[in-house]
Design a protein around this ligand. Structure first.
Ligand SMILES: Cc1cc2nc3c(=O)[nH]c(=O)nc-3n(C[C@H](O)[C@H](O)[C@H](O)COP(=O)(O)O)c2cc1C
Length: 215
């Protein structure tokens, strides 16, 4: 397996260290996130981030390939003292950016989303679900589509707080796709609040925006 350094540890989520190599790429070096490698394991090389307590009324659920969304998730979870559930896949995306793009394009063209390898906790106790994802090809990334197809109906009655990272082109039509997939899944009585959207190389300096959005 290809190994890449994802840079320094920038935080922790559910006790696991968070690395996010995009934040070392400021200015022209960033190139809108293009060519950003991952650890080839969808950031699970340090173990799956999961914290389920009896008392929390809020949970952060997220997927991240190269750590930017995971870093944002860690900030939200720590600020709001939320429980945490990382979305994980049977076959992680390749460390190589171009190989990832090829696979993602194929999945989008065929509609065959990746298989999940995770156990969603019972969400009954949670009022708010912070749902974290990234924009791929100006739409919702394939793993989040897979999550909503499998578990969208579990979000019935929840206040959904969407947070997103991108390569600088914004959130695209992610929220429309999210609404469609929730509807198809049979989810009812949920609300989708204003999204928090941050460029992938700016998550390390987004604390004020995160705090304002959480408030
Ligand atoms: C396959 C692929 C497609 C992408 N497409 C877009 C895009 O259309 N617009 C955009 O702004 N960023 C795009 N990006 C950049 C990611 O949204 C950005 O790097 C994000 O912060 C990655 O989050 P992560 O580190 O949590 O995986 C793309 C990245 C990948 C891997």
């Amino acid at each position: 397996m290809q190994q890449h350094s994802l840079g320094p540890i920038l935080g922790h989520i559910a006790g696991k260290p968070v690395q996010a190599n995009q934040v070392t790429r400021k200015g022209a070096r960033w190139d809108s996130g293009r060519m950003t490698p991952s650890d080839g394991q969808d950031t699970t090389s340090q173990g799956v981030a999961r914290r389920i307590t009896e008392k929390a009324h809020q949970i952060v659920i997220y997927w991240s390939r190269s750590g930017a969304t995971e870093l944002l998730a860690s900030k939200i979870a720590n600020l709001t003292n939320s429980d945490v559930c990382q979305i994980t896949l049977t076959n992680p995306y390749p460390a190589d950016y171009l190989e990832t793009r090829t696979r993602a394009n194929r999945e989008r063209d065929t509609g065959l989303t990746p298989d999940l390898n995770m156990q969603l906790p019972d969400l009954t106790q949670y009022e708010t679900v912070y749902l974290g994802f990234q924009t791929w090809a100006m739409t919702l990334s394939e793993p989040l589509k897979a999550f909503l197809q499998a578990y969208g109906n579990e979000l019935s009655g929840k206040r959904i707080m969407p947070f997103e990272t991108n390569g600088g082109y914004g959130i695209g039509n992610c929220l429309d796709v999210m609404s469609q997939l929730l509807q198809i899944s049979g989810a009812t009585n949920y609300t989708i609040e204003r999204p928090l959207t941050i460029a992938g190389n700016q998550v390390d300096v987004a604390d004020t925006a995160v705090r304002e959005w959480c408030d």
